[in-house]
Design a binder for this molecule. Structure first.
Ligand code: NAD
Ligand code: DAU
Length: 348
């Protein structure tokens, strides 16, 4: 069972992978928040192995019903408010979903698991982020699973709190939990509020490309299909109680990311002036973490995972996906998303 996600980015990509691997009986619980997008569900219409249910992970009655009705043996918690800028402007929903929602999900899962006839097959996999570790200087060693938590934004603080709850449910009740802490993802179906899809669309449409501060911040980019494959390995081979870092071993400064996208688009769809001229340096994000970097030796050594895509191949695939899916882009841009942007974005 997948606790949420076909409506959005990583969960959507994971469900596609799981169906390719012939997993049956996937239940997809998603609240379909501000940009929740049923267009992402289209390719699974009529697929009897996938059940979509609109709802909140914090709704205990609903989650209890789903676990019983579908005899769920695995929960993957993708559900979250995930955008750092939104957490700075309006943190409430981050606390509600990421902390309180995860707590409710854990409580229901624990009670369900305690009454299973084969409890040893049950898993609760919690999808988290490298942002819980805080920020690095340019020459610091990368985050390992032993790095102390030091979250800096309301988003990362809410994810850190959830990670601690998950840890405590394993330690106290022996619930078979697993946690993954992953670096920045990019690829198909990512909502165009995050750096890469926003840049692709603005650059393609010849609009200004906002770069925070000097564009020197570093992120470790991972193609989403590689993240999903890592989640699959952790779910099927990971040891309960363990946490696994996942990263792309592909650190880039934001300016380099943006310039690369401009160069590729100039090649594919040339304009009179180079797209780099669209880059606009804007006010920095408050509390902006300078650098994230992931040491993913543990998952590589213990579970045999390895990213398949490097940044130059992954970014090309991603750009091509956005250029070939104008209907999906139109559907996420309409309605609630536009309204939220106009009400909140300029207050950042
Ligand atoms: P996303 O914002 O694209 O999707 C989140 C999904 O959760 C949406 O479908 C939304 O409708 C759903 N949701 C929100 N609140 C809910 C609730 N209360 N109940 C049920 N569903 C709810 O996020 P994403 O980028 O796909 O991230 C998925 C997970 O991976 C998150 O936990 C995030 O913290 C983590 N993560 C993301 C990245 C990244 O770069 N995107 C990297 C590392 C970890
Ligand atoms: O590290 C994993 C995290 O990566 C996930 O946990 C989060 O859910 C995900 O949103 C992402 O967080 P970031 O804040 O790193 O991603 P974002 O795409 O918002 O920003 C990436 C970098 O680009 C960051 O340094 C801020 C900068 N940026 C972002 C936007 C949206 C810009 O310079 N301009 C922009 O318009």
């Amino acid at each position: 069972m997948v606790s949420n996600g076909r409506g959005r980015f990583i969960g959507a990509n994971f469900v596609l992978l799981a169906r390719q691997k012939q997993w049956a009986n996937i239940v997809n619980l998603d609240k379909l928040t501000y940009a929740g997008n049923l267009a992402t569900l289209r390719s699974l219409a009529g697929d009897r192995g996938h059940h979509f249910i609109q709802g909140d992970i914090g709704n205990r009655e609903l989650v209890r019903y789903i676990l019983d009705r579908f005899s769920v043996s695995k929960i993957i918690n993708f559900a979250a408010e995930s955008h750092v800028d939104r957490s700075i402007v309006a943190p409430d929903s981050f606390i509600q979903t990421n902390i309180v929602g995860t707590f409710h999900l854990l409580e229901v899962a624990k009670n369900y698991w305690q009454h299973l006839s084969e409890p040893e097959n049950f898993r609760f996999l919690h999808i988290s982020t490298d942002e819980v570790y805080g920020t690095l200087g340019f020459s610091d060693p990368a985050f390992t699973e032993e790095t102390a938590y030091a979250p800096n934004s309301p988003y990362s603080a809410s994810k850190a709190a959830a990670d601690h709850l998950v840890r405590s449910f394993h330690h106290t009740y022996n619930l078979p939990t697993l946690t993954t802490n992953c670096s920045n993802n990019y690829g198909p179906y990512q909502f165009p509020e995050k750096l890469i899809p926003l840049t692709i669309l603005n650059a393609y449409e010849y609009k200004p490309i906002p770069v925070y501060g000097k564009g020197e911040n570093v992120r470790d980019w991972l193609y989403v299909a590689d993240h999903c494959q890592a989640i699959y390995q952790v779910l099927t081979k990971g040891i309960p109680g363990e946490t696994y870092n996942i990263g792309g071993e592909s650190e880039k400064q934001n300016l380099e990311v943006v310039e690369t996208i401009c160069t590729i688009l100039d090649e594919i769809a040339p304009q009179k002036t180079d797209r780099k001229s669209l880059i606009t340096f804007v006010k920095d994000r408050p509390g902006h973490d300078l650098r994230y970097a992931i040491n993913c030796e543990k998952i590589k050594q213990h579970l045999g995972w390895q990213p398949q895509e490097n940044f130059s191949s992954g970014i090309r695939k991603t750009i091509e996906w956005y250029l070939h899916n104008p209907d999906w882009i139109e559907s996420v841009r309409s309605g609630a998303y536009r309204q939220w942007i106009s009400q909140n974005y300029d207050k950042r």
